[in-house]
Design a protein around this ligand. Structure first.
Ligand SMILES: [Zn+2]
Ligand SMILES: [Zn+2]
Length: 215
């Protein structure tokens, strides 16, 4: 677990919280309901990756159809009031993301819990690894071809942020339901990704990319 050598020893909850989150290595994110409050933490050098996670939560999430977002309503309603997301380029364990089981939270998460008095959930996201990840490769290739070269950059940015949401929601599902089977959790996040991609293509280009129903 990464140590950051930050010490807090002054009184006053709001003051402490403010001091904790205003530093350049943390940012507070307020995604739309029913998401909990999110504190993103990262190394200074990884701020751009952290900003992508923030944009995915605050912007991309809201561009998705309400019925798609509703698939995660039950998971999100079971979240503690605050989530800490540690954003890195890569996770030491090489996975795309993992949640911290209760009792293994970072010092930041424990500080936030102690300061606020509310439960704090925590997970790690490996942003660069997620950008390189190609979930549903056939659907991705078909959508990329349908978007064409002129929209390639816009498409890749959306695809990256959708993949960030996919991994994030997958891990929140594990936090909400620690006993849920991996096949079930993965099935739901995989479906979320494919349907999110399809919705983007329909909204942005006015057509489906042609793979749904044929695979
Ligand atoms: Zn891991
Ligand atoms: Zn999983």
């Amino acid at each position: 677990m990464r140590r950051r050598g930050r010490h807090l020893h002054y009184p006053g909850l709001l003051h402490q919280l403010y001091k904790l989150i205003r530093g350049s290595e943390t940012m507070l994110v307020r995604p739309a309901e029913p998401f909990p409050l999110v504190t993103i933490s990262c190394l200074q050098a990884d701020m751009e990756w952290a900003r992508e996670v923030k944009a995915a939560l605050e912007e991309t999430w809201l561009t998705l159809p309400a019925e798609l977002r509703a698939h995660y309503e039950a998971v999100l309603r079971r979240m503690p009031p605050m989530i800490v997301i540690e954003v890195r380029r890569r996770n030491a364990c090489t996975c795309l993301g993992h949640c911290h089981p209760r009792g293994t939270e970072s010092r930041l998460a424990r500080h936030l819990r102690d300061l606020s008095g509310v439960q704090v959930g925590e997970l790690d996201l490996a942003a660069e690894a997620i950008r390189e990840w190609q979930p549903a490769p056939l659907a991705g290739m078909a959508a990329s071809a349908a978007a064409g070269p002129d929209a390639a950059e816009e498409f890749q940015l959306f695809r990256f942020r959708l993949a960030l949401l996919d991994v994030l929601l997958h891990e929140l599902h594990h936090l909400a339901a620690p006993d849920a089977r991996e096949v079930e959790v993965r099935g739901q996040s995989g479906k979320f990704y494919e349907e999110g991609l399809d919705a983007f293509m329909r909204q942005r280009f006015g057509s489906s990319y042609g793979l749904r129903g044929s695979v």
